[in-house]
Write a protein that binds this ligand. Structure first.
Ligand code: CTP
Ligand code: CA
Length: 227
């Protein structure tokens, strides 16, 4: 037998977290990206590590520092993020917080695209990126707990339920990111946890508090399943 302090409820558990945006090159000097500060994903990684988990954070480019006690893999594109995440399986849980770019420009130009004097602006043809969360939710080595996020500007709960289903997630943390919410780039978050058993609304709180509470809920869920 070994002693497990009450505050290290996730000791011995391996958890993969994604955070930040992905950036998709158009040419060597330009890219398409999503808005994401990485604050919420990084705080979740840190909170899970605080509970003793071995945390692997796969992050797109952000301006905040790597969280302490977490092993960080830096990536740029959705395809790199997907490969990095899948390489980390098997894991006990996956928490996909990244704002993955849904599309990338087809065929990255190898040279800088130049303006043509008096010419038309270039037309970019977009192709869809792989869905990293759906890949994990339906993976042969699926973690026993898979958590996704849903950033919505309208129909929050209906959209979150669809994502739960389609992506094979256990929980979707749904947040309203309409411009008036102040969530994007801000320090606070107001989330609802959508699962098969219903919707849990959490009060407006700091991203750190959301992270702590979510880490606690993850610890409870993993313990409930046994081991
Ligand atoms: N996600 C992902 N890979 C993608 C797109 C999204 O892993 N290519 C993950 C996000 O990290 C998040 C969840 O899926 O956990 C939901 O992301 P969101 O952008 O809200 O959903 P989409 O399925 O992309 O739908 P849409 O953007 O059209 O609302
Ligand atoms: Ca999306």
């Amino acid at each position: 037998t070994f002693f497990k302090p009450a505050d290290l409820q996730l000791a011995g558990k391996k958890i993969v977290v994604t955070s930040g945006p992905t950036v998709e090159p158009i040419d060597p000097v330009r890219y398409i990206a999503n808005r994401s500060s990485g604050k919420q994903g990084h705080a979740i990684a840190a909170a899970l590590a605080q509970l003793g988990a071995t945390v692997h954070l796969v992050s797109g480019p952000v301006s905040i520092p790597d969280p302490k006690g977490v092993s960080v893999i830096h990536v740029e594109t959705a395809r790199e993020m997907k490969a990095a995440v899948e390489k980390l399986l098997p894991a006990d849980a996956a928490v996909m917080v990244a704002a993955v770019a849904d599309w990338r420009s087809e065929g990255e130009a190898s040279q800088k695209i130049k303006k043509q004097p008096g010419g038309e602006p270039p037309v970019l043809r977009m192709v869809e990126n792989p869905d990293i969360l759906a890949g994990i939710g339906h993976h042969a080595h699926r973690p026993r707990l898979v958590v996704g996020f849903a950033a919505e500007t309208q129909d929050l709960l209906a959209n979150a339920r669809k994502k739960l289903e389609k992506k094979g997630a256990d929980w979707i943390v749904a947040n309203d990111v309409s411009p008036t919410s102040g969530v994007m780039g801000g320090d606070r978050n107001h989330v609802r946890i959508v699962s098969q058993s219903g919707v849990e609304e959490w009060p407006d709180m700091s991203k750190e508090d959301v992270a702590e509470r979510l880490a606690g809920k993850i610890a409870d869920a993993i313990r409930a399943v046994g081991q």
